[in-house]
Design a protein around this ligand. Sequence first.
Ligand SMILES: Cc1cc2nc3c(=O)[nH]c(=O)nc-3n(C[C@H](O)[C@H](O)[C@H](O)COP(=O)(O)OP(=O)(O)OC[C@H]3O[C@@H](n4cnc5c(N)ncnc54)[C@H](O)[C@@H]3O)c2cc1C
Length: 595
Amino acid sequence: SPGILNGWLNTMKKFRDVFQFQDEWISQQSKISEDEYDFIIVGSGSAGSVIANRLSEVSDWKVLLLEVGKGENLFTSVPALAPVFQLTHYNWNYLMEYQENFARGMEGRRLAWPRGRALGGTSVINYMIYTRGNPRDFDTWAIAGNPGWSYYEVLPYYLKSERCRLQQFQEGFHNDQGLLGVENIYHSNVLDAFIAGGEELGYDQVDYNSDRQIGFSRIQANVIKGRRNSVAKAFLHPIRDRPNLRILTSALATKIIFAGNKAVGVEYTHNFLKFEAKARKEVIVCAGALASPQLMMLSGIGPRAHLNDLNIPVIADLPVGRNLHDHITYVGLNFLVNSTQTMSLPNVIKYFGEWAINGTGFDTSLGGVGGVAYIKTEVDENPDPSYPDMELLYVDGCLGSDAKITAETMRISEDSYNRYWRKIEGKPCWTIFPMLVHPKSIGYMELRSRNPTDHPKFYGNYLSDERDLRTMIAAIRFILTLAKTSKFKEYHTNFYDAPVPGCEYLTYDSDEYWQCAIETFSITLHHQVGTCKMGPNTDPEAVVNHNLQVYGVSNLRVADTSVIPKALTAHTNAPSIMVGEKASDIIKAAWGRLQ
Ligand SMILES: Cc1cc2nc3c(=O)[nH]c(=O)nc-3n(C[C@H](O)[C@H](O)[C@H](O)COP(=O)(O)OP(=O)(O)OC[C@H]3O[C@@H](n4cnc5c(N)ncnc54)[C@H](O)[C@@H]3O)c2cc1C
């Protein structure tokens, strides 16, 4: 009957975005298949997708977007499954090189450095946490000689992209008219204890994406109606029919082509064949903080000595791949509770139907992440009271909560897992990841070979500056105090104080013990930046100027997390989107097309 049919159609509509198979983008491969464009963008990640959208607004510009990954599948929409996609082909699966005194508890003592390889880049596999950074971060960029990048100059670009549907926020710092979803998600009862605990220790509840960051908050997430809002969904799907934009997936850029010092095109492979596309105006490299430097070096832009070693002809001698800033965290703090609302596989399965039909409930949880705090530890040397030195990421769940999925993404070794987490497997539990926001230890990366499919060598150099260790220990002690506040007691919070494997011989809770624990169970939170640093030509570390143009060559820009000069007080998806928005206006202005 029509009633049943209508009911069925309505249900199907609700399921539509779950079951839409988004690799349909491949159909674009035959569109405007020319070999000459105005702009060629390499990489469809957080910045590249935005730039493809904004540049193709100019209808007489022809734009090519090259992406080696493929479109999203049905399940990337489910926030609770966030960790899973690191175990799929959507991840580049980079590894950090072996480094003394780090990753002792990890497989082969090598840390996972995941990165998205998909239409939408890392926004397809990330945790959807929406953070912008502290005003001081950007003011520091401007003071360092990057005009146009101070906080009040970048804020309009954060606002431009945002489609805010938050229940609570600070007026003047959000916009509801943009393309990128920013919403609240699942809220467990233990998360309330986290926020109440902060208040008990003197911290206000704040909108951390306003100009006041220190305090405790519920997380703001890049979702729309409870579904992941990757940059592909936000910025590419709505414009997929623009005739002047060609999106080519499964296309690996292997080299930027130069005529003298002028970038004139890109060499790429697609379906095992080699192609060249010419750029009449510019090539824009948006391959991310790990792949942009690789492509640059393969093309002859990098440190002269390193390129000489690999017999790559030098076009511009620049410190590409140096200045690698990153955020680390310690993952070994486990607090057992009596709540049934924390992360567990049975919960994910039980509430899947609610999520699929309404986009609400437990499965909107960002793989367990529900809250965030910014604090200043007692060892911080920066006198600015509004500038945190630590982020605390509250997670409903621990590494023993999800059938080892998260532990596997982190490469926790079988032996370490069995000795530490096995005993609390499946028990209700929460954790806090203390994230070191302003590391003093700086890493670097270099090519492994001239082969574009070889992964580069990455060196985090974590904790090489002793101040970083002191800050991490201070944050751990803060978290242990927080866990003793009254509301956490209501949930019978108990710290799981089993000694970390390999650290048993040290006095429990001494600085030496925590140092050993941190060196065993710390990971990256995947916010590598700075490998094609933006800076004035007087800065010996700079690769691009404040207009993101590469020094020493013409018609070539880099626009993604690699230009961010130093670690931010933020996760890096929204900052990269901001860079994409600002880069688009810079490029339009340069070619006289900014409205
Ligand atoms: C597991 C994980 C969780 C994270 N969680 C969060 C979070 O919750 N919130 C947050 O703010 N940040 C998070 N981040 C970080 C954030 O998502 C990234 O820093 C950000 O998305 C990077 O943006 P980008 O524009 O620099 O590059 P990317 O988004 O990485 O895009 C680069 C694109 O270029 C493509 N590419 C690379 N080389 C080539 C080539 N040679 N040819 C063609 N294409 C190429 C890649 O496949 C990729 O699609 C997370 C990162 C990871 C890995």
